[in-house]
Each structure stands twice: as structure tokens, then as C-alpha cells.
Design a protein around this ligand. Structure first.
Ligand code: UD1
Ligand code: MG
Length: 467
């Protein structure tokens, strides 16, 4: 078995992208472009791939961490020069070097594997991938002789009118014999554009009497390269379609795939139905039998089984089983809705835990709060968590009943089973099992009443505080 090393070039500025973000970090279906390439090469070689970085290398390092070995190309002197930078890291450690460019996210591992095994089977110092495409996308053209042997790659900018009509293109994926590569790279001539072109190695090999082998990729879509934002959108569409198809095959119903945007990082359980115009983003995981959408955004959140999320926005939240949210609800960072919660229209929850069975049906804001089981939050209740300087917590005990239009001025605690009358402004803690109302809210003296008359629970005392 020959030892294989993988080198991915990603030092270029990506000028045609017109972006401050390094090209390989542009997201495609929620993941940086380079991640797709890393997935494709993941199982090919034992060692981590070498990533040649330059422009924006700090951001690239931050995103990828130690998933790759970095090699810095300080000056962008072309693709040949970029590969040469990896020589020190790899010379003597590999027999074959697979070189690919970081801007081709649709390449499959099967195609790369086929290339590597084609190379292993013969003596040519270079085995390359080619593609046949009517749209030439600025790619270099593959020049063959009368007998059909590859004799060179000519860059579009230097091609003759006749060469420009060639439809066999260079996607930029090559297997090199390592010793041959390291020996020949320093001898690359300077191109008219002032760069050392990796592609000129093909002509050099042929001039030396070596053969260059080429295998044509089956699906030319795989070689879509991203050089500008139009290409980015094309690749994005392909990846998203693949994501949806995979989910549908796994038992997810997507009513209208064309208007459903699901990141490659999202997991969805069987028999969940996704309605149109829904965006599922980031590290989102949705259980089985749930109904998501229409017009819903779920970002970086976990949603349980048998949930219903309708026309709502859910960000960095946890939703357990049997929860219904919306229409028009907003769950913000740190929201955790336990099983069976109902959160109705125009509600907002931030950084709060709502215990099992909590009902928060209309127009309420709950922030920085801890809410016990089966609490009823009346319409228009607000946790006033911000005093202009700091945020403060609200705690509501299990079974409490918060009347409509209550202002809970934090920090404040409402005890278990306490009842708050409609329109109260609660500025002090309310003990368990008590009743408070008014502005500011005062606790009703139930103990005295109870000693005077019966000890029955004051079940009718809040009859006006419906939600
Ligand atoms: C290159 C090929 C062209 C091929 C096309 C396929 C050369 C000379 N040309 O052209 O034949 O059809 O890719 O996409 O190789 N890079 C560096 N350092 C550099 C220059 C580039 O790391 O100094 C990296 C870039 O970040 C990019 C890759 O190499 O990932 C290719 O560079 P790019 O400028 O996109 O080359 P193309 O003009 O597309
Ligand atoms: Mg390119």
C-alpha cells in the first residue's frame, strides 16, 4: 500500500468573491465550504490533510482548529508555489500526493477514491481528474494529442481560440508521485501572469516522456468550482437539494422542498412534517412526529417528539416533547420549554425554563425566569427583568396562577400555587398559596379570614383573574 498525503490549497484571496471572508469559509447550507472538502478526503489518508493557507489564515485556523495541518503560503505566487509550501511537511512521508483546490465542495469521496486507485495502478507521475462541461467556468482546458493522450493544460487566459473550444476541463484534482512532484515543483516556469502554475507540471511530465493519465468524472456537477458568488448560489442549491432528499428518504415529509431551507447540520426524526417556507439552521435536532412550519425558523435548537411549531422563530432553545409553539412566537437564546408546554401567539421567552405543562397562551414576555410545573401565565404578562442597568431573575413556583396583564418586577418570586390578580404590579415576593393583587401588589390576608371563618381554600377568590 502506498502512503497517501492530501494537500488542499486555500491560500488564495478569492478576489472574484469580493468578500472579506476567506473564500473557503463561505457557508454552504450552514457549513463552511472547506468542510465539505475535508469530509470528502476524510477517510482517504491516515494523516490529517495539509491545508495551504494564506489570505485570512487566522480565521481559517479558528474555524477548523486541529482538523488539518496548516502550511502558510506567505506570498500568493500561484497554485504550483502553494503546493511547494507543503514539501517540508510531507517529503519522505508519502508516496502519493493528492492535491485539490479548496473551492470545489461538491467533489465526492467516491470520485477521489477512484482517482487514487487509478493512480496506484500505473506508473505515470500524474493522474488527474477531468470533466466535460459545456459551461467552461474559466477552467483550464485539457489538451490531448491525436492519439488521445493528455499533453498539457492550458489556462483560459492563455488559450488560443481553438483551444477555447475544448470542453474537457481541468477541475484541479491531481494525484502525483510524491518524489517526482517535490523534484519538479521548484522547476516550474513563471507564467505570463507572474505565477507558478501547478498545471504546467503536466506539460513538463510529457516533455520528459512520461505519460499523464486522466479519468473523466462521471457527474460534472461534482466539479462545480466556486470562484464568485453566482457559483456559490449554484453549489448551495445542489447541497440543499441533497440534504432534503436524504431527509425525505429517511421518512421526513417536506411539503414543498423548493421553499424549505435545511442546513446540512440538521437532524429530523421520522414522520415529522415540514411545511413550506421553513428554515432549519445550525445544530438543530428535531424529533419524530412533529409539525414544523409554515413560515418558521429554527436555529441551533433541539425540538422533541410530537411538537408543533407554527409561524415562529426559535433560536438556541430546547423544546421537549408534546410542546406547541405559535403562531407568532419567539423563543430566544437559553429558552427551555419542558414537556407539554403551550406557548401561544405573540409570546417571547428568553433565557428561561418553563416547567412541564406551563401554559403561556397570549402576548407575554418571559425573560430570565424559572417557572414551575403547570403554571398558568395570563395574557399580557411581563417579567420586567431589566432595570436599565442589570438583568434580574423571576421565579414562579409550581401551580401558580398569574392573572392577565401582570407585571413581575424582577428580582421577584411568586410562591407555589400563589395567585396573582389581573393587572397586578408585583414588586415584592409573594408567598406560596397566597393571593396578591393591585398596584403595587399586596398579599391578601387570607390567614386572618381563615381563622375567622372556614379553612377552605379560597377557590373563588381569583375568579376575575382569568387568562
Ligand atoms: C485553477 C487552475 C485551472 C482550473 C481551476 C479549477 C491553475 C493554474 N489553474 O484556476 O486550470 O481549471 O483552478 O478550479 O492551477 N491558491 C493558493 N495559492 C495561490 C493561488 C491559489 O493556495 O497562490 C489556491 C486558491 O485558494 C484556490 C486554488 O488554489 O483554492 C485555485 O486557485 P484559483 O485562483 O481559484 O485558480 P483558478 O483560476 O480557478
Ligand atoms: Mg478556482
Amino acid at each position: 500500500m502506498s502512503r497517501l498525503a492530501v494537500v488542499i490549497l486555500a491560500a488564495g484571496q478569492g478576489t472574484r468573491m469580493k468578500s472579506n471572508l476567506p473564500k473557503v469559509l463561505h457557508p454552504i447550507a450552514g457549513r463552511p465550504m472547506i468542510q465539505y472538502m475535508l469530509d470528502a478526503v476524510a477517510k482517504l489518508a491516515e494523516d490529517r490533510p495539509v491545508l495551504v493557507v494564506g489570505h485570512g489564515d487566522e480565521a481559517v485556523r479558528q474555524t477548523l482548529g486541529d482538523a488539518v495541518t496548516y502550511v502558510l503560503q506567505e506570498q500568493r505566487l500561484g497554485t504550483g508555489h502553494a503546493v511547494l509550501q507543503a514539501r517540508e511537511a510531507l517529503a519522505g512521508r508519502a508516496d502519493t500526493v493528492l492535491v485539490l483546490y479548496g473551492d470545489m465542495p461538491l467533489l465526492s469521496s467516491e470520485t477521489l477514491r477512484a482517482l487514487v486507485s487509478a493512480h496506484d495502478g500505473q506508473v505515470a507521475p500524474i493522474t488527474m481528474l477531468t470533466c466535460i462541461h459545456q459551461q467552461t467556468m474559466g477552467f483550464g482546458r485539457i489538451v490531448r494529442d491525436g492519439a488521445g493522450h493528455v499533453v498539457g493544460i492550458v489556462e483560459e487566459s492563455q488559450a488560443t481560440p481553438e483551444q477555447l473550444t475544448i470542453k474537457e476541463l481541468n477541475p484541479g484534482v491531481y494525484c502525483f508521485d510524491a518524489a517526482w512532484l517535490w523534484e519538479h515543483l521548484p522547476a516550474l516556469p513563471l507564467s505570463p501572469k507572474g505565477e507558478y502554475y501547478l498545471t504546467d507540471l503536466v506539460g513538463m511530465a510529457v516533455d520528459e516522456g512520461c505519460s499523464v493519465e486522466a479519468i473523466v468524472v462521471d457527474d460534472p456537477l461534482e466539479t462545480l468550482g466556486v470562484n464568485e458568488r453566482l457559483h456559490l448560489a449554484k453549489v448551495e442549491a445542489v447541497v440543499r437539494q441533497r440534504v432534503r432528499e436524504e431527509l425525505m428518504r429517511a421518512g421526513v415529509t417536506i411539503i414543498d422542498p423548493a421553499s424549505t431551507y435545511i442546513d446540512a447540520t440538521v437532524a429530523i426524526g421520522q414522520d415529522t412534517i415540514v411545511y413550506p417556507n421553513t428554515h432549519l439552521q445550525g445544530a438543530t435536532c428535531i424529533g419524530v412526529n412533529s409539525l414544523i412550519g409554515p413560515n418558521t425558523i429554527v436555529r441551533g435548537s433541539t425540538v422533541g417528539d410530537n411538537c408543533r411549531l407554527e409561524m415562529s422563530v426559535v433560536e438556541d432553545a430546547i423544546i421537549e416533547d408534546d410542546v406547541s409553539v405559535g403562531p407568532f412566537a419567539h423563543l430566544r437564546k437559553g429558552s427551555h420549554l419542558a414537556a407539554g408546554v403551550h406557548m401561544g401567539n405573540f409570546g417571547e421567552v428568553k433565557n428561561s425554563y418553563l416547567g412541564p405543562g406551563v401554559r403561556m397562551s397570549h402576548f407575554s414576555y418571559v425573560g430570565d425566569a424559572e417557572i414551575g410545573d403547570d403554571v398558568n401565565i395570563g395574557a399580557g404578562t411581563v417579567t420586567c427583568n431589566y432595570d436599565g442597568l442589570d438583568k434580574h431573575p423571576t421565579v414562579i413556583g409550581e401551580g401558580a396562577f398569574i392573572g392577565s396583564g401582570t407585571m413581575l418586577v424582577a428580582p421577584v418570586k411568586v410562591g407555589a400555587r400563589a395567585r396573582i390578580g389581573a393587572g397586578a404590579v408585583v414588586t415584592h415576593d409573594v408567598p406560596p398559596d397566597s393571593t396578591a393583587y393591585g398596584v403595587p401588589a399586596r398579599v391578601r390576608e387570607e390567614k386572618a379570614e381563615r381563622t375567622d371563618s372556614s379553612r377552605e381554600a379560597p377557590s373563588g377568590s381569583c375568579s376575575g383573574d382569568r387568562n
